[in-house]
Ligand binder design. Structure first.
Ligand SMILES: *[C@@H]1O[C@H](CO)[C@@H](O)[C@H](O)[C@H]1NC(C)=O
Length: 229
């Protein structure tokens, strides 16, 4: 087959597929090789460059940068406990079944999940939304009774989640956990979005100085009444 020609800018015939085209093919090859090298071969900047205080552009840093986009939220241990007390009845036995559980030292969230895969950031958001007010109470305790009555007079939506600790088999563990996690050791213990606002007296004061409505609203719990007269 005869070679095909085209005319270059000076009008001279040049064979198609000549040096120009070959150079272009070569360039593409080098570029592809470079990309391959960047993504598939582990590399780091030479230490001298890194020490010079250049912003790190190692693969690890690039990967990290990409990950911070879907940033991981640090979920507090209290949500492990709230996961148990807001869950189904079966979960009541998780803590009492945990062997050698010491509630006075930090506990991994996975212990509270008892083998279930829990997305804790999602769980925290769900608990905050469905149970913005959680009251740890004792059925026979007059202070607990007073706190529950006070909250009832606010007609809160969603209604407070009442956890009667004395009728649970993990009640003793919960008492120690609350002491460590909320710095409040007595009952009742009123939590707004995982933060303790104290017991019956604190609640009464917040009611009297008219800040409770605002606190509830900020927690995403809507009071439909203004509390006891
Ligand atoms: C209302 O009472 C609470 C609980 O004692 C207190 O922490 C808060 O500072 C008081 N707020 C005002 C506005 O007095």
């Amino acid at each position: 087959m005869a070679t095909q020609y085209f005319k270059d800018n000076k009008g001279h015939p040049k064979p198609i597929g000549g040096p120009v085209r070959r150079r272009r093919v070569l360039l593409c090859g080098v570029l592809a090789l470079g990309l391959l090298f960047f993504f598939f071969v582990p590399w780091e900047l030479p230490p001298s460059l890194k020490d010079a205080g250049l912003p790190g552009i190692s693969r690890a840093n690039v990967a990290q940068l990409m990950k911070t986009k879907g940033k991981k939220v640090e979920v507090g241990e209290i949500y492990g406990l709230l996961h148990l007390v807001t869950g189904d009845h079966e979960q009541e036995h998780v803590l009492s079944n945990a062997l050698q559980l010491d509630p006075t030292v930090p506990i991994e969230l996975s212990v509270y999940a008892a083998g279930d895969a829990v997305d804790w950031a999602q769980e925290q958001a769900l608990i905050d939304k469905e149970y913005p007010v959680i009251v740890f109470s004792k059925t026979y305790c007059p202070y607990s009774k007073r706190a529950k009555e006070l909250l009832a007079a606010y007609d809160i939506q969603p209604p407070p989640k009442i956890v009667e600790v004395d009728i649970r088999d993990d009640g003793n563990v919960i008492k120690h956990l609350l002491t460590r996690l909320t710095k409040h050791s007595t009952f009742p213990n009123v939590l707004l979005r995982g933060h303790s606002i104290g017991g019956s007296d604190n609640l009464q004061q917040l009611h009297e100085n008219k800040t409770l409505t605002k606190l509830l609203e900020e927690a995403g719990a809507t009071p439909r009444a203004s509390g006891p007269k």
